[in-house]
Design a protein around this ligand. Structure first.
Ligand SMILES: Nc1ncnc2c1ncn2[C@@H]1O[C@H](COP(=O)(O)OP(=O)(O)OP(=O)(O)O)[C@@H](O)[C@H]1O
Ligand SMILES: [Mg+2]
Length: 244
């Protein structure tokens, strides 16, 4: 997609002999919230892994602002402006909230600015400010999700990739997390998020892609997708979507 902050161009990804992505192409425009929907095992989390460089596609290209990042190691991709909020948060449970947040700034050398960013980010997450000295492993699920999101922001990213940010959270925290994603987006950070819950994701996203066994089965603006009856089929576990 021309002018997108993030572009995947004809990506083919494998785990050993098993192919997960089939000529996967998509674009995430700067400043937008784009969601990647799809049933179990459709390749959503693998999409996040290849963007972060945790797994390399066998062919195809991943571009950030037009520059290929396909073959860069993960720390270089992070330095280029990509942050992740991985599945199941991946915090360091024995470390404090403060230490976990500072890990999000590990590529940065500007220590004074890091402290300022921490103060600013804590305004978005007041509960974390009260728990800076608490071990992350003792936080509630919702609080851990907040730490993961705040940690991503500590790297001053241009793009945050989130894998199922609302998974396992109580309805109250689901709403809070979705609101925070919108707030972060309004501050100028581009969001690419995986969600199983299409209805939820499309409430806040601008655009969505639906992945089915590693291929884009449907795409459109959030209102278009919310109206699309095929969405239901995809979510009810893969009755086949007619491909045009
Ligand atoms: N490390 C791995 N080694 C081998 N196969 C894997 C590995 N990780 C994922 N897979 C396989 O790749 C396919 C896609 O997995 P992926 O985690 O990307 O799906 P997903 O869309 O995120 O699913 P879910 O909704 O269940 O999270 C699945 O068939 C899965 O079994
Ligand atoms: Mg997944």
């Amino acid at each position: 997609m021309n002018g997108a902050l993030l572009t995947l161009d004809s990506v083919n990804t494998f785990y050993g002999p098993v192919q997960v992505h089939f000529d996967l192409s998509l674009g995430v425009p700067a400043g937008k919230i784009v969601c990647l929907l799809g049933g179990n095992a459709s390749g959503k989390s693998t999409t996040m892994k290849i963007i972060l460089g945790l797994l390399k596609p066998r062919s195809g290209a991943i571009l950030l602002d037009g520059q290929p990042i396909t073959n860069l190691p993960t720390p270089a991709i992070v330095r280029a402006g990509v942050a992740s909020v991985p599945e199941s948060r991946r915090l360091f449970p024995a470390m404090t909230v403060r230490e976990n947040l500072l890990m999000g700034a590990f590529t940065r050398r500007d220590r004074a600015a890091v402290q300022q960013d921490l103060d600013r980010i804590l305004e978005l997450f007041p509960r974390l400010g009260e728990r800076l000295a608490q071990r992350a492993g003792t936080l509630s699920g919702g609080e851990q999700q907040m730490v993961a999101m705040a940690r991503a922001l500590m790297g001053r990213p241009r793009l945050i990739c989130m894998d199922e940010p609302t998974m396992g959270l109580s309805p109250l925290y689901v709403d809070r997390v979705l609101e925070l994603i919108q707030t972060i987006s309004r501050q100028g950070v581009t969001i690419f998020m995986v969600e199983q819950n299409a209805n939820l994701a499309l409430q806040i996203a601008h655009y969505g892609y639906v992945l089915q066994t590693g291929r884009i089965a449907l795409q459109g603006s959030a209102p278009e997708l919310l109206r699309n009856p095929q969405i239901r089929d995809v979510y009810l576990g893969g009755q086949s979507v007619q491909q045009k």
